[in-house]
Ligand binder design. Structure first.
Ligand SMILES: Cc1cc2nc3c(=O)[nH]c(=O)nc-3n(C[C@H](O)[C@H](O)[C@H](O)COP(=O)(O)O)c2cc1C
Length: 379
């Protein structure tokens, strides 16, 4: 290890783990690829055998993340067709590593020529250069949200395993800029979310949000917002003390999504406005003998372990970094410069972030389901 540090040739940490490209313990995903390289995808190790998986189910999730799906998102033309290269036989997982791959089809590096020399404010260009001394400047390279293709593909399989155990995950757009929708996490459905291109289940607010995004796009500007997500049907007992608390793992998963800036579970920051007597979730036993809570300020997790209530989270996304206005920056020689960006960008990442948040929720939950089963038994 010492020698490797001195020579700088190691890309592994002391546990032999790859640096930052792998997520999960028992359901372990490694994503690969850059925005304008040959392909993007994922290798999943540890997936249980005999899980029925079809290309169509994975494709369905990828289509929700795909660019070009409406005028509110980037117009890059990618079919994002998924190929199952290994680990699935006759429609079922084999228990061996699953490789899912999507070829990059509409890579136009010439549109990103200006980013070769200039650092985009609030993007990853400067920090990747500062760290590695080399960077793929075409479309953000590895820092591009194109990397999340692998997460969403793996998430489709994770969702399948969870669904068989009665767990359902639904994400939605809750806020765009200052426009906010009241959404009930206990009842919101996938159909309501998918009914409009913004993915906000309140049609009137969705319309106003779409107009705001369109207006920002016309002005060459961008907007941020909040994605909400719920996991319903998680039994009590998933999650580990102390460093691997379910909420801590969810926070890490969500903050690993490009452009994510904040994470809340349950009452989140708003809970600080309440007193303990207002905020505590009183216990009771329901008609079936189940221990329940009357309120859910905890967001379904207490002491890092699921309590059987709905797991409710919120993720804040910043306004897209690449905007079509002149911006003050510096170049790779550290000289002052003005950047006038070109290329195809999301004026607001929120509509496409919904399936990514759902996928990360599924990856955390399936990993904790397998860990709980390994330590405590049961199905
Ligand atoms: C679905 C999605 C689409 C995105 N599209 C763009 C984009 O078109 N242009 C851009 O500059 N950033 C986009 N981003 C965000 C950048 O990838 C991200 O801001 C950048 O890698 C810097 O990382 P950070 O914001 O997490 O610090 C997108 C993020 C997501 C989740």
């Amino acid at each position: 290890m010492y020698l490797e540090v001195l020579t700088g040739i190691s890309s592994y940490n002391e546990n032999g783990e790859c640096m930052g490209n792998t997520f999960g313990h028992l359901f372990r995903v490694t994503t690969f690829g850059e925005s304008h390289g040959g392909a993007v995808g994922v290798v999943i190790d540890g997936c249980p055998p005999r899980v029925p998986v079809s290309v169509e189910e994975i494709q369905c999730e990828l289509d929700r993340r795909r660019p070009g799906q409406s005028k509110l998102v980037t117009q890059r033309r990618e079919s994002d067709t998924v190929h199952i290269l290994s680990g699935v036989f006759e429609g079922k997982t084999l228990g061996t590593p699953i490789c899912l791959l999507v070829w990059n089809e509409d890579a136009r590096p010439e549109a990103y020529e200006s980013f070769r020399e200039l650092y985009r404010p609030s993007h990853a260009d400067y920090t990747y250069d500062a760290k590695y001394g080399i960077r793929d400047w075409r479309g953000g390279g590895r820092s591009s949200a194109r990397e999340t293709v692998g997460r969403v593909a793996a998430g489709a399989i994770a969702k399948k395993i969870l669904r068989e155990r009665g767990v359902e995950i639904v994400g939605w757009v809750e806020k765009i800029h200052t426009l906010r929708a009241e959404v009930d996490p206990n009842t919101v459905t996938l159909e309501q979310v998918e009914a409009n291109p913004v993915r906000c289940p309140d049609p009137a607010v969705a319309e106003a949000m779409a107009q705001a995004i369109e207006e920002a796009r016309k002005q060459g500007d961008s907007l941020g917002g909040v994605v909400g997500c719920v996991a319903r049907g998680v039994p009590p007992g998933w999650g580990d003390p102390v460093f691997d608390k379910l909420d801590a793992d969810l926070a890490k998963a969500m903050l690993s999504i490009p452009a994510a800036k904040g994470f809340e579970i349950g009452s989140g920051f708003a809970g600080t406005d309440l007193t303990g007597s207002q905020h505590n979730d009183p216990f009771y036993v329901d008609d079936t003998g189940r221990v329940r809570t009357r309120t859910n300020y905890s967001g379904g997790v207490q002491g890092g372990i699921s309590n059987g209530e709905n797991i409710v989270i919120r993720v804040a996304f910043k306004p897209t970094a690449t905007i079509m206005m002149p911006q003050e920056t510096v170049n790779v020689h550290h000289e002052p410069a003005i950047l006038q960006a070109k290329g195809r960008h999301d004026p607001c990442v929120l509509p496409r972030a919904v399936p990514i948040v759902e996928a990360m929720m599924a990856l955390v939950l399936v990993d904790h389901y397998l860990r709980h089963r390994a330590q405590c038994g049961g199905e």
